[in-house]
Write a protein that binds this ligand. Structure first.
Ligand SMILES: Cc1cc2nc3c(=O)[nH]c(=O)nc-3n(C[C@H](O)[C@H](O)[C@H](O)COP(=O)(O)O)c2cc1C
Length: 231
């Protein structure tokens, strides 16, 4: 394969300027073929990765596995969300992976080496983006979710995750039966500063985005013991 570093693609620009996630309700029942999944994942692993650490791996959930994983979801919900959940609620939770034709779980794995944890995690985010763009380019809709189970110790353990692993995203993929509507987007000029010297004060974003006054959110991730203090 010839390496590509610059290639005009007005089609890609058009697509990126209008990209939209597809909610699971707007997906049909067709998943990518195994060959297409291979293409999607091959594109994903070409994401930027400082130090060639490949600090990520994938778990696909498709076909009957979407139902089989329901038992894990029930156990996880009872153990980590609500020990008194009604059977009907558990049934509903068990069907999460049946809402779309398939899902790819992208796991961020902190690997040993000199490149900081922060950069390894960023690379996992980039993998999710590449993965979703590749799926879109093959004509599928994608929705990048995490939801409660990504943070459930029971769910994590059932999938074999350990203290170096965090679920970066569960990328649900399927054909699109109805186009999503546009949503509000941030104002670019509120987020961008042309630095002209040390007196420049960067514009840090519109307070409308985020939850001003509600305090900082949780860290939301598991970290292995023994991390160095700084890079
Ligand atoms: C790491 C990550 C986790 C997300 N988890 C959820 C989620 O659990 N539930 C949800 O409704 N949206 C979640 N989203 C947001 C959707 O993927 C999507 O970006 C959002 O609905 C906005 O649509 P857009 O991508 O078309 O702008 C998550 C996004 C990211 C980056």
């Amino acid at each position: 394969m010839t390496v590509k570093a610059a290639q005009k693609s007005p089609e890609l620009i058009d697509f990126l300027l209008a990209r939209r996630s597809v909610s699971l309700k707007l997906m049909g029942d067709q998943r990518p073929t195994d060959d297409q999944i291979n293409t999607i994942l091959s594109a994903a692993i070409r994401s930027p990765d400082h130090g060639k650490m490949a600090p990520w791996y994938f778990i696909t959930i498709k076909d009957d596995a979407r139902k089989t994983i329901g038992d894990v979801l029930k156990r996880a919900y009872t153990a980590d969300q609500d020990p008194h959940a009604e059977p009907a609620k558990l049934e509903l939770e068990s069907e999460r992976f049946l809402r779309a034709p398939m899902a790819i779980i992208v796991v961020s794995r902190i690997r040993e080496g000199k490149n900081p944890v922060w950069e390894q995690i960023l690379s996992a985010g980039a993998v999710c983006t590449h993965l979703s763009l590749a799926a879109h380019a093959l004509g599928f809709g994608v929705n990048w979710l995490t939801e409660w189970y990504s943070y459930s110790p029971t769910f994590r353990a059932a999938l074999g995750l350990d203290a170096r692993d965090n679920i970066a995203g569960v990328l649900y993929i399927g054909n699109v039966v109805e186009m999503p509507e546009e949503r509000e987007r941030p104002t670019l000029s509120h987020l961008t500063t042309d630095w002209t010297g040390t007196g420049t004060r960067p514009s840090k974003g519109d307070a409308h985005y985020g939850m001003a006054g509600k305090g900082l959110p949780s860290l939301g991730m598991v970290l292995p013991d023994g991390l160095a203090d700084d890079a």
